[in-house]
Every structure is written in C-alpha cells, then in structure tokens.
Design a protein around this ligand. Sequence first.
Ligand code: MG
Length: 160
Amino acid sequence: MQSFRTGIGYDLHRLASGRRLLLGGVEIPHDHGLIGHSDADVVLHAVCDALLGAAGLPDIGDLFPDSDPAWKDADSRQLTGRVLTRVSDAGFAPVNVDVIIHAEAPKLGPHKARIRASLASLLRLNEEAVGVKAKTNEGIGEIGTGQAIACWAAALIRRA
Ligand code: MG
C-alpha cells in the first residue's frame, strides 16, 4: 500500500452584500461576503475536498449535503474538523496543503499570513506545510467582475 496520496479540491461561491467573508476560517473585512448553505468558506471547502479525495473518501457535498438542515449556516471550521476525523479514521494524516484563492476583491495580500496561520492551526500542521496564494482574474469573467470567489487546493496525506 502506498504511503503517500495526493488530492485536489475546488470550490466557488457567489458574493452578495450582507454576508460575512470567511476565507480559511478567517473573517476578511469586505462590503460583500459569500453566499451558501453553510458559511460558504470556499477555502476550507476546497481544502476539505482535497483531503477527502486524497483519502478516497466521499466529497463534502456527499458528507454535508446542502439539502440537510443540519449544515445550514454551518461553521466550516467544524466541518474541517469532521473531515480530519474521517481522514484520520481512514488511516491518514495531512502532510501539506497548498491553495490558490481566486478573488478580484478584496486584495488578499495583507490577509494571506492570517489565512495561512488559520489553516495550519485547523489542520494541525506547521505553517511551512501550508501554502496560500491569491490571484485576481484580471477583471474578466464572474470572478473578475466581483460576482464570485473561487479556490483551488492540493493536499498530500501520508499513511499514519
Ligand atoms: Mg462550498
């Protein structure tokens, strides 16, 4: 059996006024936030799917369906904790994660360090095992015109 496995994750949520903007478990000051059944933290959702995919487990849409009232306004930090438990129960532990946040606004440069620290804490990793990058969409498309924020994540896990 292989000792190391990789996974990828992706998520996108629409932006709307009157919502908090949560990225990687960190609240970012902005005049818009992400809409979703849960708190719509695209970064944690992408990271969770990367970890679940690496472990060969069902994705977060299967584990926490938006048709289930139990997950309404769910704190994605708690969902991440549940995902870690599933990954651990499957015999794996995270090694590192790397994410790309795709947002036109707000500018995420000043927030990347906090997001990185939050991800490291949630995943029980050293910060050097967490990468956080931010990109704009050069003003084009749904992301570039500020209608949505997306995130890609890659994860490596090892057999514990
Ligand atoms: Mg999501």
